[in-house]
Design a protein around this ligand. Structure first.
Ligand code: SF4
Length: 351
């Protein structure tokens, strides 16, 4: 894989984005803006699942009040997501926001952005300029006809100029589109020109299944060529599910160690047990186990042993009701199929 592109390192609360910091995982809560208790609960669930930075929409004053209360009850960096009203950004800074996300397409005149930058500077808080294909400035839409990659990059550049003029460089940029090729192209273009850390995401990606795939393609393509410092998988689903998908993207590219990877064969006529049922049950059981290892679930002894030997632990179907066990590349026994998920989980936990 290509070496990671060099970007500026920006502090967000007690973590960092860019530079040599590991690629971080973000999500956004979807609890009602005025429900502090539910929001804190969801943030804790996200954190437990592996979320590094969490964002909350602050669309109005009641949400701002909740933001202030939530900030006091959690440890993970909290980002205020602001559209339209820059005063809410100023309020969120007073409330202890660790980062401000503004959408340049709808925040209004430059003076407002400058006011936010100056308040951010006073508190050492970074901003994310979040360009979104669905809310591009009108004049850019007129100029380009559609939110094409060049238009998205120009929108980011316009706001980076304001930051530069204000000598404010704690800036993270995201350029999102619901069209995966546009999102990829826009981020490639941007990263050729700037060293600001990039927050990657496919916006309005879709439901859990299709959104995960589209995010994996968009985000994964960029990460594979060394672009991207923090990621958010957007799904029309429980945000906790976003974290699992984000972790899998990072694990697939070996950008994050830790966690049990379950690999399994596609099955064919030779399979002697229900590989999919065992692999899925095992994946659910091990999802919160932090050990860094690979477990192979293979249907038969034709190709199974080869893969199973490469894994830390592997099983291969060995006829009705039995599987062959491999550990660290060696065949170590025959196990009953019944209760195999419990047996494997116990062996994983022993390591
Ligand atoms: S491991 Fe065996 S059962 Fe699975 S796909 Fe390969 S040959 Fe078929």
């Amino acid at each position: 894989m290509t070496e990671r592109r060099k970007t500026n390192k920006v502090r967000v609360g007690d973590t960092y984005i860019g530079g040599d910091a590991p690629v971080s995982i973000q999500s956004m809560i979807n609890t009602p803006g005025d429900d502090v208790e539910k929001s804190v609960e969801q943030i804790r669930e996200l954190e437990a699942a592996g979320c590094d930075i969490v964002r909350m929409a602050v669309p109005d004053t009641p949400a701002l009040r909740s933001f202030a209360q939530i900030r006091k009850q959690i440890g993970i960096p909290l980002v205020a997501d602001i559209h339209f009203d820059h005063k809410l950004a100023l309020g969120a800074l007073d409330a202890g926001a660790d980062k401000i996300r503004i959408n340049p397409g709808n925040i209004g005149p430059e003076e407002r952005i400058r006011a936010v930058l100056s308040a951010c500077r006073a508190r050492n808080v970074p901003i994310r300029i979040g360009v979104n294909g669905g809310s591009l400035e009108k004049d850019l839409l007129e100029k380009y006809g559609h939110p094409v990659p060049e238009a998205l990059v120009e929108s980011a550049e316009r706001h980076l100029r304001i930051c530069r003029e204000a000598e404010f460089d704690r800036v993270i940029v995201s350029i999102k589109s619901s069209r995966v090729p546009d999102m990829i192209q826009a981020n490639l273009l941007f990263s050729e020109r700037y060293e600001h850390p990039l927050h990657l995401g496919v916006t309005e990606a879709g439901t859990e299944h299709s959104g995960s795939l589209r995010s994996a393609v968009g985000i994964g393509t960029l990460l594979a060529v060394g672009i991207g410092d923090t990621i958010r998988v957007s799904l029309s689903a429980d945000p906790v599910r976003e974290i699992g998908v984000a972790k899998q993207i990072l694990q697939a590219l070996e950008l994050r160690r830790g966690g049990v990877r379950v690999i399994s064969c596609p099955t064919c006529g030779r399979s002697s047990f229900d590989v999919s049922a065992v692999a899925e049950a095992l994946e659910r059981r091990v999802q919160d186990i932090a050990r860094d290892m690979t477990v192979a679930v293979m249907g038969c002894v034709v190709n199974g042993p080869g893969e199973a030997k490469e894994a830390d632990i592997g099983i291969a179907g060995a006829g009705p009701g039995k599987v062959m066990l491999f550990e660290n590349g060696n065949k170590t026994g025959i196990l009953p199929l019944q209760g195999i998920v419990d047996i494997l989980t116990a062996r994983i936990l022993k390591r």
